[in-house]
Design a protein around this ligand. Structure first.
Ligand SMILES: Cc1cc2nc3c(=O)[nH]c(=O)nc-3n(C[C@H](O)[C@H](O)[C@H](O)COP(=O)(O)O)c2cc1C
Length: 342
Protein backbone atom coordinates (compact mmCIF):
# COMPACT_ATOMS: atom_id res chain seq x y z
CA UNK A 1 0.00 0.00 0.00
CA UNK A 2 1.25 3.52 -0.80
CA UNK A 3 1.88 5.79 2.20
CA UNK A 4 -0.22 8.56 0.66
CA UNK A 5 -3.26 6.25 0.63
CA UNK A 6 -3.18 5.83 4.41
CA UNK A 7 -2.22 9.42 5.18
CA UNK A 8 -5.67 10.98 5.42
CA UNK A 9 -6.90 8.37 7.87
CA UNK A 10 -3.64 8.50 9.87
CA UNK A 11 -3.91 12.29 10.05
CA UNK A 12 -7.56 11.87 11.04
CA UNK A 13 -6.53 9.91 14.12
CA UNK A 14 -4.26 12.75 15.25
CA UNK A 15 -6.18 15.90 14.39
CA UNK A 16 -9.04 17.40 16.42
CA UNK A 17 -12.32 16.75 14.50
CA UNK A 18 -12.94 20.41 13.57
CA UNK A 19 -9.43 20.71 12.04
CA UNK A 20 -9.86 17.44 10.19
CA UNK A 21 -13.21 18.59 8.83
CA UNK A 22 -11.71 21.92 7.73
CA UNK A 23 -8.90 20.22 5.84
CA UNK A 24 -11.19 17.68 4.17
CA UNK A 25 -14.25 19.71 3.29
CA UNK A 26 -15.43 21.06 -0.03
CA UNK A 27 -17.90 23.87 -0.55
CA UNK A 28 -21.65 23.36 -0.89
CA UNK A 29 -22.66 19.78 -1.57
CA UNK A 30 -19.02 18.85 -2.22
CA UNK A 31 -19.50 17.99 -5.92
CA UNK A 32 -16.20 19.42 -7.18
CA UNK A 33 -14.19 18.15 -4.21
CA UNK A 34 -15.54 14.63 -4.69
CA UNK A 35 -14.74 14.28 -8.40
CA UNK A 36 -11.27 15.85 -8.62
CA UNK A 37 -9.19 12.70 -8.36
CA UNK A 38 -11.51 10.57 -10.46
CA UNK A 39 -11.28 13.09 -13.29
CA UNK A 40 -7.52 12.39 -13.61
CA UNK A 41 -8.20 8.65 -13.53
CA UNK A 42 -10.33 9.04 -16.66
CA UNK A 43 -7.35 9.77 -18.94
CA UNK A 44 -5.56 7.08 -20.90
CA UNK A 45 -1.95 7.26 -22.06
CA UNK A 46 -0.23 6.37 -25.32
CA UNK A 47 3.31 5.38 -24.29
CA UNK A 48 6.28 5.49 -26.65
CA UNK A 49 8.46 2.40 -26.98
CA UNK A 50 12.13 2.07 -27.89
CA UNK A 51 13.10 5.32 -26.25
CA UNK A 52 16.23 5.23 -24.13
CA UNK A 53 14.96 5.61 -20.58
CA UNK A 54 18.07 4.31 -18.82
CA UNK A 55 18.24 7.67 -17.03
CA UNK A 56 15.05 9.54 -16.15
CA UNK A 57 15.09 13.09 -14.84
CA UNK A 58 12.21 14.90 -13.17
CA UNK A 59 14.14 18.18 -12.88
CA UNK A 60 12.62 21.37 -14.16
CA UNK A 61 12.32 25.02 -13.25
CA UNK A 62 9.39 27.21 -12.28
CA UNK A 63 9.68 30.94 -13.00
CA UNK A 64 13.44 30.55 -13.08
CA UNK A 65 13.78 28.54 -9.84
CA UNK A 66 15.27 25.08 -10.42
CA UNK A 67 13.43 22.22 -8.70
CA UNK A 68 14.18 18.48 -8.55
CA UNK A 69 10.51 17.63 -8.97
CA UNK A 70 7.48 19.17 -10.67
CA UNK A 71 5.38 18.19 -7.62
CA UNK A 72 5.06 21.39 -5.55
CA UNK A 73 3.14 22.39 -2.42
CA UNK A 74 -0.07 24.46 -2.74
CA UNK A 75 -0.96 27.17 -0.21
CA UNK A 76 -3.16 26.21 2.70
CA UNK A 77 -4.42 28.07 5.74
CA UNK A 78 -4.04 26.71 9.31
CA UNK A 79 -0.84 24.72 8.83
CA UNK A 80 -0.04 25.36 12.50
CA UNK A 81 -3.23 23.47 13.34
CA UNK A 82 -1.66 20.48 11.55
CA UNK A 83 1.73 20.80 13.27
CA UNK A 84 3.19 23.15 15.87
CA UNK A 85 5.85 24.34 13.43
CA UNK A 86 3.37 24.83 10.58
CA UNK A 87 4.76 26.55 7.50
CA UNK A 88 8.37 26.34 8.76
CA UNK A 89 8.14 22.53 8.91
CA UNK A 90 6.37 22.47 5.52
CA UNK A 91 9.27 24.37 3.92
CA UNK A 92 11.92 22.20 5.57
CA UNK A 93 10.18 19.05 4.34
CA UNK A 94 9.78 20.40 0.81
CA UNK A 95 13.43 21.44 0.80
CA UNK A 96 14.44 17.85 1.57
CA UNK A 97 12.56 16.78 -1.58
CA UNK A 98 13.90 19.56 -3.85
CA UNK A 99 10.42 21.06 -4.14
CA UNK A 100 8.92 24.56 -3.77
CA UNK A 101 6.13 25.84 -1.51
CA UNK A 102 3.48 28.47 -2.03
CA UNK A 103 2.83 30.03 1.40
CA UNK A 104 -0.67 31.32 2.21
CA UNK A 105 -1.19 34.98 3.04
CA UNK A 106 -3.24 33.61 5.95
CA UNK A 107 -0.11 31.88 7.32
CA UNK A 108 0.45 31.47 11.04
CA UNK A 109 4.25 31.73 10.75
CA UNK A 110 6.10 35.03 10.24
CA UNK A 111 7.53 35.16 6.72
CA UNK A 112 10.84 36.31 8.21
CA UNK A 113 11.28 32.94 9.94
CA UNK A 114 10.93 30.90 6.73
CA UNK A 115 14.53 31.39 5.61
CA UNK A 116 16.60 28.27 5.06
CA UNK A 117 13.77 26.01 3.86
CA UNK A 118 12.56 25.37 0.33
CA UNK A 119 12.25 28.21 -2.19
CA UNK A 120 8.81 29.78 -1.77
CA UNK A 121 6.17 31.97 -3.34
CA UNK A 122 3.63 34.01 -1.44
CA UNK A 123 -0.08 33.55 -2.14
CA UNK A 124 -2.22 36.69 -1.95
CA UNK A 125 -5.80 37.11 -0.99
CA UNK A 126 -6.10 40.75 -1.98
CA UNK A 127 -7.96 42.62 0.75
CA UNK A 128 -10.29 45.56 0.20
CA UNK A 129 -7.54 47.48 1.96
CA UNK A 130 -4.95 47.31 -0.84
CA UNK A 131 -2.40 49.14 1.36
CA UNK A 132 -2.56 46.39 3.98
CA UNK A 133 -2.13 43.80 1.22
CA UNK A 134 0.89 45.58 -0.28
CA UNK A 135 2.50 45.85 3.16
CA UNK A 136 2.06 42.09 3.76
CA UNK A 137 3.53 41.29 0.33
CA UNK A 138 6.45 43.64 0.95
CA UNK A 139 7.25 41.61 4.06
CA UNK A 140 7.10 38.40 2.00
CA UNK A 141 9.42 39.79 -0.62
CA UNK A 142 11.91 40.98 1.99
CA UNK A 143 11.86 37.48 3.51
CA UNK A 144 12.66 35.80 0.18
CA UNK A 145 9.38 35.13 -1.68
CA UNK A 146 10.13 34.73 -5.38
CA UNK A 147 6.66 35.24 -6.88
CA UNK A 148 3.19 36.42 -5.92
CA UNK A 149 0.28 34.06 -6.48
CA UNK A 150 -2.97 35.97 -6.81
CA UNK A 151 -5.86 33.75 -5.74
CA UNK A 152 -8.57 34.90 -8.09
CA UNK A 153 -11.35 32.42 -7.30
CA UNK A 154 -12.22 33.85 -3.88
CA UNK A 155 -14.06 37.17 -4.26
CA UNK A 156 -16.22 35.74 -1.47
CA UNK A 157 -15.46 32.62 0.56
CA UNK A 158 -17.24 29.44 -0.56
CA UNK A 159 -19.86 28.21 1.94
CA UNK A 160 -18.83 25.13 3.91
CA UNK A 161 -21.29 23.30 6.10
CA UNK A 162 -19.89 21.93 9.36
CA UNK A 163 -21.70 19.06 11.07
CA UNK A 164 -19.92 19.69 14.39
CA UNK A 165 -18.15 22.70 15.92
CA UNK A 166 -16.39 24.91 13.38
CA UNK A 167 -12.63 25.16 13.41
CA UNK A 168 -12.97 28.95 13.52
CA UNK A 169 -14.35 28.74 17.07
CA UNK A 170 -11.02 27.43 18.35
CA UNK A 171 -8.20 28.82 16.17
CA UNK A 172 -5.67 30.66 18.36
CA UNK A 173 -5.02 34.14 16.94
CA UNK A 174 -1.31 33.36 16.56
CA UNK A 175 -2.17 30.63 14.02
CA UNK A 176 -3.74 32.99 11.48
CA UNK A 177 -2.76 36.05 9.46
CA UNK A 178 0.35 36.82 11.48
CA UNK A 179 1.88 38.63 8.50
CA UNK A 180 -1.02 41.04 8.08
CA UNK A 181 -0.65 43.99 10.41
CA UNK A 182 -4.37 44.79 10.75
CA UNK A 183 -4.33 46.07 14.35
CA UNK A 184 -6.44 43.26 15.83
CA UNK A 185 -9.59 45.36 16.28
CA UNK A 186 -11.49 46.28 13.12
CA UNK A 187 -12.06 42.91 11.39
CA UNK A 188 -13.63 44.62 8.38
CA UNK A 189 -10.05 45.54 7.37
CA UNK A 190 -9.60 41.85 6.52
CA UNK A 191 -12.49 41.61 4.06
CA UNK A 192 -11.45 40.27 0.70
CA UNK A 193 -11.60 42.53 -2.35
CA UNK A 194 -14.59 41.52 -4.50
CA UNK A 195 -13.72 44.10 -7.17
CA UNK A 196 -10.57 42.51 -8.62
CA UNK A 197 -9.96 42.93 -12.36
CA UNK A 198 -7.04 42.04 -14.64
CA UNK A 199 -5.59 45.47 -13.77
CA UNK A 200 -4.77 44.11 -10.30
CA UNK A 201 -2.21 41.79 -11.90
CA UNK A 202 -0.16 44.78 -12.98
CA UNK A 203 -0.75 46.48 -9.64
CA UNK A 204 0.68 43.43 -7.84
CA UNK A 205 3.65 43.21 -10.20
CA UNK A 206 4.48 46.87 -9.75
CA UNK A 207 3.87 46.88 -5.99
CA UNK A 208 6.11 43.87 -5.33
CA UNK A 209 8.54 43.75 -8.25
CA UNK A 210 7.80 40.00 -8.41
CA UNK A 211 6.33 37.86 -11.18
CA UNK A 212 2.58 37.29 -10.75
CA UNK A 213 0.83 33.92 -11.02
CA UNK A 214 -2.97 33.87 -11.23
CA UNK A 215 -4.46 30.92 -9.29
CA UNK A 216 -8.01 29.69 -9.75
CA UNK A 217 -8.37 29.97 -13.51
CA UNK A 218 -10.56 27.35 -15.27
CA UNK A 219 -11.34 29.06 -18.59
CA UNK A 220 -9.21 29.57 -21.70
CA UNK A 221 -10.47 33.13 -22.24
CA UNK A 222 -9.62 34.13 -18.67
CA UNK A 223 -6.16 32.54 -18.98
CA UNK A 224 -5.41 34.63 -22.05
CA UNK A 225 -6.71 37.77 -20.37
CA UNK A 226 -4.44 37.15 -17.36
CA UNK A 227 -1.36 36.77 -19.54
CA UNK A 228 -2.30 39.82 -21.64
CA UNK A 229 -2.56 41.76 -18.36
CA UNK A 230 0.98 40.78 -17.33
CA UNK A 231 0.73 37.42 -15.54
CA UNK A 232 3.85 35.26 -15.85
CA UNK A 233 1.88 32.09 -15.16
CA UNK A 234 -1.64 30.74 -14.84
CA UNK A 235 -2.61 28.15 -12.21
CA UNK A 236 -5.61 26.01 -13.13
CA UNK A 237 -7.47 25.34 -9.88
CA UNK A 238 -10.94 25.15 -8.41
CA UNK A 239 -9.46 25.62 -4.92
CA UNK A 240 -9.75 21.94 -4.08
CA UNK A 241 -13.53 22.20 -4.61
CA UNK A 242 -13.75 24.76 -1.80
CA UNK A 243 -15.09 27.72 -3.79
CA UNK A 244 -17.77 27.40 -6.51
CA UNK A 245 -19.29 23.96 -5.97
CA UNK A 246 -19.89 22.34 -9.33
CA UNK A 247 -16.93 24.10 -10.94
CA UNK A 248 -15.33 21.90 -13.59
CA UNK A 249 -12.68 19.38 -12.54
CA UNK A 250 -9.22 20.82 -13.18
CA UNK A 251 -8.21 17.66 -15.06
CA UNK A 252 -10.81 18.62 -17.66
CA UNK A 253 -10.13 22.36 -17.61
CA UNK A 254 -6.38 22.05 -18.11
CA UNK A 255 -6.22 21.02 -21.80
CA UNK A 256 -8.18 23.96 -23.24
CA UNK A 257 -6.25 26.43 -21.06
CA UNK A 258 -2.95 24.93 -22.25
CA UNK A 259 -4.05 25.31 -25.87
CA UNK A 260 -5.02 28.93 -25.26
CA UNK A 261 -1.57 29.71 -23.84
CA UNK A 262 0.47 27.66 -26.32
CA UNK A 263 1.67 30.73 -28.24
CA UNK A 264 2.66 32.63 -25.09
CA UNK A 265 5.70 32.35 -22.81
CA UNK A 266 3.49 31.90 -19.74
CA UNK A 267 3.97 28.90 -17.48
CA UNK A 268 0.99 26.78 -16.50
CA UNK A 269 0.31 24.90 -13.27
CA UNK A 270 -2.58 22.78 -12.05
CA UNK A 271 -3.86 21.41 -8.75
CA UNK A 272 -6.86 19.45 -7.51
CA UNK A 273 -6.92 15.72 -6.76
CA UNK A 274 -3.36 15.06 -7.96
CA UNK A 275 -2.45 11.97 -5.95
CA UNK A 276 -0.12 9.72 -7.98
CA UNK A 277 2.47 9.49 -10.73
CA UNK A 278 -0.16 8.81 -13.41
CA UNK A 279 -1.98 12.03 -12.48
CA UNK A 280 1.25 14.05 -12.58
CA UNK A 281 2.33 12.58 -15.92
CA UNK A 282 -1.12 13.26 -17.39
CA UNK A 283 -1.08 16.87 -16.17
CA UNK A 284 2.39 17.52 -17.58
CA UNK A 285 1.47 15.90 -20.90
CA UNK A 286 -1.65 18.07 -21.12
CA UNK A 287 0.58 21.13 -20.85
CA UNK A 288 1.33 21.87 -17.18
CA UNK A 289 4.83 22.98 -16.23
CA UNK A 290 4.28 21.68 -12.69
CA UNK A 291 1.51 20.40 -10.39
CA UNK A 292 0.63 21.43 -6.85
CA UNK A 293 -0.75 19.25 -4.07
CA UNK A 294 -2.88 20.75 -1.30
CA UNK A 295 -4.38 18.29 1.19
CA UNK A 296 -1.73 15.51 1.05
CA UNK A 297 1.09 17.70 2.44
CA UNK A 298 -1.27 18.84 5.21
CA UNK A 299 -1.92 15.20 6.15
CA UNK A 300 1.81 14.49 5.97
CA UNK A 301 2.58 17.50 8.15
CA UNK A 302 0.06 16.32 10.74
CA UNK A 303 1.43 12.78 10.76
CA UNK A 304 5.17 13.41 10.78
CA UNK A 305 6.03 17.11 10.45
CA UNK A 306 8.81 18.09 8.05
CA UNK A 307 9.87 14.45 7.63
CA UNK A 308 6.33 13.54 6.59
CA UNK A 309 6.28 16.24 3.91
CA UNK A 310 9.68 15.15 2.65
CA UNK A 311 8.54 11.53 2.51
CA UNK A 312 5.30 12.35 0.70
CA UNK A 313 7.03 14.37 -2.02
CA UNK A 314 9.92 11.96 -2.41
CA UNK A 315 7.45 9.09 -2.84
CA UNK A 316 5.38 10.89 -5.47
CA UNK A 317 8.44 11.87 -7.50
CA UNK A 318 9.81 8.33 -8.13
CA UNK A 319 6.25 7.32 -9.03
CA UNK A 320 6.34 10.00 -11.70
CA UNK A 321 9.81 8.91 -12.84
CA UNK A 322 8.59 5.30 -13.07
CA UNK A 323 5.56 6.32 -15.14
CA UNK A 324 7.83 8.43 -17.38
CA UNK A 325 10.10 5.43 -18.00
CA UNK A 326 7.10 3.28 -18.92
CA UNK A 327 5.83 6.05 -21.21
CA UNK A 328 9.18 6.37 -22.97
CA UNK A 329 9.86 9.89 -21.68
CA UNK A 330 13.34 10.31 -20.14
CA UNK A 331 12.85 13.95 -19.15
CA UNK A 332 10.07 16.47 -18.77
CA UNK A 333 10.75 18.03 -22.17
CA UNK A 334 9.73 14.72 -23.74
CA UNK A 335 6.41 14.62 -21.86
CA UNK A 336 4.30 15.95 -24.69
CA UNK A 337 0.58 16.22 -25.52
CA UNK A 338 0.58 13.11 -27.72
CA UNK A 339 1.18 10.92 -24.64
CA UNK A 340 -2.46 11.44 -23.69
CA UNK A 341 -5.02 9.64 -25.85
CA UNK A 342 -7.84 11.69 -27.34
C1 LIG B 1 -7.36 23.26 4.25
C2 LIG B 1 -7.11 24.03 2.98
C3 LIG B 1 -6.79 25.37 3.07
C4 LIG B 1 -6.54 26.10 1.90
N1 LIG B 1 -6.13 27.40 2.00
C5 LIG B 1 -5.82 28.09 0.88
C6 LIG B 1 -5.27 29.41 0.97
O1 LIG B 1 -5.04 29.94 2.05
N2 LIG B 1 -5.03 30.06 -0.20
C7 LIG B 1 -5.25 29.48 -1.43
O2 LIG B 1 -5.02 30.12 -2.47
N3 LIG B 1 -5.72 28.22 -1.53
C8 LIG B 1 -5.99 27.52 -0.42
N4 LIG B 1 -6.43 26.22 -0.53
C9 LIG B 1 -6.54 25.59 -1.85
C10 LIG B 1 -5.21 24.87 -2.22
O3 LIG B 1 -4.18 25.82 -2.45
C11 LIG B 1 -5.36 24.02 -3.49
O4 LIG B 1 -5.90 24.80 -4.53
C12 LIG B 1 -6.19 22.74 -3.32
O5 LIG B 1 -6.10 22.23 -2.00
C13 LIG B 1 -5.72 21.69 -4.31
O6 LIG B 1 -6.50 20.55 -4.24
P1 LIG B 1 -6.06 19.19 -3.45
O7 LIG B 1 -6.24 19.49 -2.01
O8 LIG B 1 -7.02 18.18 -3.98
O9 LIG B 1 -4.62 18.86 -3.81
C14 LIG B 1 -6.66 25.48 0.63
C15 LIG B 1 -7.00 24.13 0.57
C16 LIG B 1 -7.21 23.40 1.72
C17 LIG B 1 -7.53 21.93 1.61
Amino acid sequence: MRWIDSLASEAGRRLPPPVLAYFQQGAGAGRSAAEAEEAWNGFRLLPHVLRDVSAVSTRTSVLGTPVDTPVLVAPSTLQRQAHAEGEAAMLRGASGAGSLVCVSSNAGTPFASLAGGAPWWVQAYVLRDRGLTAEMLGRARAAGARAVVLTADTPVVGRKYDSGPSVWDSVPPEHLLVNVDWGGEDESRLEKAADLTPADIDWLRTATGLPVVVKGVLRADDARACVAAGASAVWVSNHGGRQLDGALATARALGPVAEALADTAAELYVDGGVRDGHHVLTALALGATAVFVGRPPLWALAVDGAEGVRRLLTELTPELAHAMALAGAPDLASVTRDLVAG
